[in-house]
Design a protein around this ligand. Structure first.
Ligand SMILES: [Zn+2]
Length: 142
């Protein structure tokens, strides 16, 4: 047993593209290729901690609060869209116990909405998530 905080058998938190299964996170950042409503392109990163809405981007890549951003996988360039609601993007999270979750988050810049879903259970993060709850719940009813 190590005392310096590193346990080599423990899985680390990971995020994957649902299309190519490529690993899209590096050191606390989930990397996305983005297209803005006026068709500018750039890379942004979101924090790997759910409910942390800090964004990193190139200072020359201008995006504004309220913009509906198109999120693409930086590896296969598939659009990371959710079928639940047009404002939500979808990626896959693999937690430290190797469990797989569907992560839905808002494509609208500044909107704090994140859902972590496995089967019929979910965790909700962000102050703006309530307006999407009906859509999420409806998608469970089949
Ligand atoms: Zn991909």
């Amino acid at each position: 047993m190590s005392l310096n905080g590193k346990n080599p058998t423990k899985m680390s938190l990971n995020y994957q593209c649902p299309h190519c299964n490529g690993y899209i996170a590096i050191e606390g950042c989930v990397i996305f290729s983005i297209r803005t409503p006026d068709l500018k392109s750039g890379i942004i990163s979101l924090h790997t901690e759910l409910g942390n809405y800090s964004i990193k981007k190139n200072p020359e890549f201008e995006i504004s609060t309220g913009d509906h951003l198109d999120f693409y996988c930086p590896i296969c360039h598939a659009e990371l869209a959710s079928e639940v609601h047009q404002n939500l993007a979808k990626i896959i999270m693999i937690d430290e116990a190797n469990r797989e979750f569907e992560i839905l988050f808002s494509r609208v810049l500044g909107e704090r909405t994140t859902f972590k879903i496995v089967g019929e259970t979910m965790e909700i993060f962000g102050d703006d998530s309530a307006e999407y709850l009906d859509f999420i719940n409806l998608s469970f009813v089949h």
